[in-house]
Design a protein around this ligand. Structure first.
Ligand code: T46
Length: 135
């Protein structure tokens, strides 16, 4: 499975670190929405869905977590750590997020506004959707 990673610009000096990300320049889409996930207990798994059209870049701005990615044929687990590293989760990829360290903050840049009808939350439906769309 070919995952796409980003390494974001940062300016660091004695006063700390500043990281900046520009839509359509540093990532391959315009940013329509930003959300972040925090206070996740270490034994909890989130996600369990794919999106039909939404593209997202995930950044573990604080701490670390693991992301399971599944394109319907292959599964892979990625460890996300550090505010300058981004992972593209493209449309049609089943994903789960887990192993959040205490205080971890998962920042998400999304290509679209929130739309529940874009979610596929059933794994069997996801498999059938992938099969149908690969024809
Ligand atoms: C994703 C992964 C990485 C909203 O009302 N607006 C929003 O923009 C979002 C993202 C969520 N919500 C609501 C929908 C649910 O009632 O917040 C609640 C929790 O969302 P969900 O259970 O989908 O959370 P996760 O962590 O399983 O998934 C989230 C995103 O929803 C999803 O798009 O790809 O993070």
């Amino acid at each position: 499975m070919e995952n796409r990673y980003f390494s974001f610009n940062n300016r660091q000096d004695a006063a700390g670190k500043l990281i900046f990300i520009e839509g359509e320049q540093d990532i391959p889409f315009a940013i329509a929405r930003v959300y972040y996930i925090c206070d996740v207990p270490g034994d909890v798994r989130r996600g369990f869905h794919a999106h039909k059209t939404l593209r997202q870049v995930l950044i573990c701005a604080q701490g670390s977590c693991r992301i399971l990615l599944d394109n319907g044929r292959e599964r892979e687990t990625v460890k996300l750590e550090g505010p300058t590293r981004g992972l593209l989760v493209d449309a049609g990829v089943w994903h789960e997020m887990y192993d959040f360290t205490p205080g971890a903050v998962l920042l998400v840049l999304a290509s679209e506004h929130y739309d529940e009808s874009d979610y596929i939350r059933d794994y069997d439906v996801f498999k059938a959707y992938r099969k149908e769309n690969e024809k």
